[in-house]
Design a protein around this ligand. Structure first.
Ligand code: ZN
Length: 143
């Protein structure tokens, strides 16, 4: 029996890789190229971030990639002083939700923006980053 090749590109993503194998592995290839991508349903136009390979609205798998570009409005943020296992060395860090109008992106605020400078409604952009341990990721930065 032929050995099945394991598509484990997601191992390169994030402080702790929670998903080793998914149908959206191209996400990591795009990060390597400096692009943060979500998926769009070709049938109903629904946008997903993080990318999904199936549309929860029409239950179809007719998806294409779109780039998270431009700026989003800071909707919500919270500084974490305790993190899940594997994230201890990153503490404290700030998680946030950006509203891009037709989709939302959940992620972390760049450590270059002091917590005191954050305010609801401010414009931020989503950028790829390389974490201290060499893993790929993305952060929210000043415009
Ligand atoms: Zn759909």
């Amino acid at each position: 029996m032929a050995k099945k090749e394991v598509d484990d590109r997601f191992k390169k993503f994030g402080t702790v890789s929670f998903t080793a194998i998914t149908k959206t592995n191209d996400f990591v290839d795009y990060l390597e190229k400096g692009k943060v991508m979500g998926t769009k349903c070709k049938d109903c136009g629904a946008l997903y971030f993080p990318p999904r390979s199936d549309c929860s609205k029409c239950l179809d798998s007719n998806m294409e990639w779109f780039e998270v570009s431009g700026t989003g409005k800071l909707m919500s943020f919270s500084e974490l002083k305790y993190g899940p296992v594997g994230f201890e060395d990153d503490l404290p860090y700030t998680i946030a939700l950006l509203d891009y109008g037709n989709h939302k992106v959940f992620g972390r605020i760049s450590k270059e923006i002091p917590f005191e400078d954050l305010s609801i409604g401010m414009e931020l952009k989503t950028k790829t980053t390389t974490l201290p341990n060499g893993q790929l990721g993305y952060v929210f930065e000043r415009v």
